[in-house]
Write a protein that binds this ligand. Structure first.
Ligand SMILES: *[C@@H]1O[C@H](CO)[C@@H](O)[C@H](O)[C@H]1NC(C)=O
Ligand SMILES: *[C@@H]1O[C@H](CO)[C@@H](O)[C@H](O)[C@H]1NC(C)=O
Length: 493
């Protein structure tokens, strides 16, 4: 007699039960002893509403921001200088201490602006921030800030001159010091043989000089008016289900994470879009038109930004238009930021376990309407390579990533995705981000929206290439200790 064993196609991970146990105990301790109960409650209550506002009833230790990327291609894809690329970020920030009422504010950061300066910061009081979608359960969000409106399908910008908040030269100076030392480290680590040794100060010199910063500091503030429409029915939201309420998958059910991520639309046409900068006499300084461009909308909320992260996003592809790629890899304090700080201080030998790299990685293939998901929470997804290299001669920085996952069209096949995103070093816009360590929003990110992406997706066994494509107008942020991310590739999480 022959017995046929039932095939078990994939091994079970013993780590999973242990992880669940650790997280459940962490949750118990957070509820019992944590100081952030409003935050835990909000995340629990809103688990199926990742796109909407989470800040009701939270008075400290919180931020939330929506990010709109708007790109108009005016030429051939090989001429990235013909791109108009903008990002508009709207958000609210509440510092760690509730008594720091000066620190709490709402803000708009437009970058890639036409006119005198590429990036600006508009600061509002938190009273001027209103959530207009507090009872909405769908993919819709709508917040008002002063006279401006930010929604899943529309932006109305009215940013008056008196809300213009000049970033001090000193703050930019210390950011450029950090950013250039990170380039320096990446340069020394680049595996490629470096053709020449760079002089000291080379990377700092890529950014505006101290004198230029002083001049900029004395420049006149400006106002902004604008209007963008991108109707809801033309958008590409991610599929959701009770188990997978957001891009973070079931991880969204952990309510004490330092930082959460949501995607509103991976791709949508901009039906109409126009933005102008204006001087103090209301004279238009410059205008950019985005009619027929392409948009992308996502958001973050939480207690703090990660200490180290990489983020990239592209949705303007040459061969398969409508497709979209999103990748984000961050250091995650697994037990929430407070408990993780405690572990680091009290049981230092356990510190390496307290921060793990977590990634979100999806590629949406427009022709077949297939979503390939390589995120860490996908049980059989694996990251194979992450690397950041500098090419000093070309003045470029490249993020290279390769990962595999199950083919969603055939569970017995695996697919591999590889991409390289390249940007010109030192040319991104300096952005403020929430910093728990400094108790304020501080300039911490060099953000590019003019990156170039090459991508390849193939079936591992047959070698069949599903897509080979080039993307432009790519967003790219690389912040913190990238070597740590490169080394800790294990898919713990
Ligand atoms: C990840 O991909 C799988 C299938 O490929 C899909 O069922 C799931 O909803 C995706 N998760 C998210 C957050 O989009
Ligand atoms: C990414 O860059 C590496 C190194 O230059 C190269 O071998 C690989 O083919 C590139 N992949 C894609 C998809 O462009």
């Amino acid at each position: 007699m022959t017995t046929t064993k039932k095939p078990t196609p994939y091994p079970r991970s013993p780590c999973l039960a242990l992880t669940a146990l650790v997280l459940l105990s962490a949750l118990f301790f957070q509820w019992a002893f944590g100081t952030n109960k409003d935050y835990l409650w909000s995340n629990t209550k809103n688990v199926n509403r990742p796109i909407q506002y989470h800040g009701h009833g939270i008075n400290s230790n919180f931020f939330e921001g929506w990010y709109f990327k708007l790109v108009k291609d005016n030429g051939s894809p090989s001429l990235p200088q013909n791109l108009h690329a903008m990002a508009i970020i709207v958000g609210i920030y509440r510092p760690t201490s509730e008594s720091d009422q000066n620190g709490a504010h709402a803000f708009v950061i437009p970058l890639g602006l036409p006119g005198p300066e590429k990036v600006a910061y508009y600061r509002f009081s938190t009273d001027e921030f209103t959530d207009l979608a507090s009872n909405v359960l769908s993919q819709d969000f709508r917040v008002q800030l002063g006279n401006s409106l930010f929604a899943h399908d529309e932006i109305v910008l009215d940013l008056p001159i008196d809300k213009f908040d000049r970033i001090p030269a000193e703050e930019l100076e210390s950011f450029y010091a950090v950013a250039s030392s990170e380039y320096e480290t990446q340069y020394q680590d680049s595996e490629t043989s470096q053709p020449r040794k760079v002089p000291s100060g080379f990377f700092r010199d890529l950014f505006p000089s101290s004198d230029q910063l002083k001049v900029q500091e004395a420049q006149q503030p400006f106002a902004i008016k604008g209007h963008f429409r991108f109707p809801g029915k033309t958008q590409t939201p991610l599929p959701t289900s009770p188990l997978v309420p957001s891009i973070m998958g079931f991880i969204q059910y952990i309510p004490f994470l330092e930082c959460n991520h949501g995607v509103s639309s991976l791709y949508h046409p901009i039906q109409e879009g126009r933005i102008s900068t204006l001087d103090n006499k209301n004279t238009i300084l410059a205008t950019a038109i985005f009619d027929g461009g392409i948009g992308y909308t996502e958001k973050d909320w939480g207690i703090n930004f990660p200490s180290t992260w990489v983020w990239t996003q592209t949705n303007i592809f040459k061969n398969v238009p409508g497709s979209s790629m999103l990748f984000s890899l961050a250091s995650i304090p697994v037990l929430g930021p407070d408990a993780t700080d405690w572990v680091k201080a009290k049981i230092p030998f356990a510190a390496p376990l307290a921060n793990v790299p977590g990634r979100l990685m999806v590629y949406y293939h427009a022709t077949t309407k297939t979503l390939y998901n390589f995120s860490s929470y996908m049980a059989f997804a694996r990251i194979k390579h992450v690397g950041v290299t500098l090419n000093v001669d070309q003045r470029s920085q490249t993020l290279s990533v390769r990962a595999t996952t199950i083919d969603p069209t055939n569970i017995f096949e695996r697919v591999s995705l590889e991409f390289n995103v390249t940007r010109e070093i030192g040319t991104g816009a300096p952005l403020r981000a929430p910093s728990r360590a400094k108790g304020a929003m501080v300039t911490a990110v060099e953000e590019t929206i003019l990156g170039h992406t090459s991508i390849k997706l193939w079936r591992v066994r047959s070698g069949e290439v599903i897509v080979e494509d080039e993307g432009i107008g790519s967003g790219l942020e690389i912040v913190g200790d990238i070597r740590w991310l490169e080394k800790r590739l294990k898919p713990w999480f």
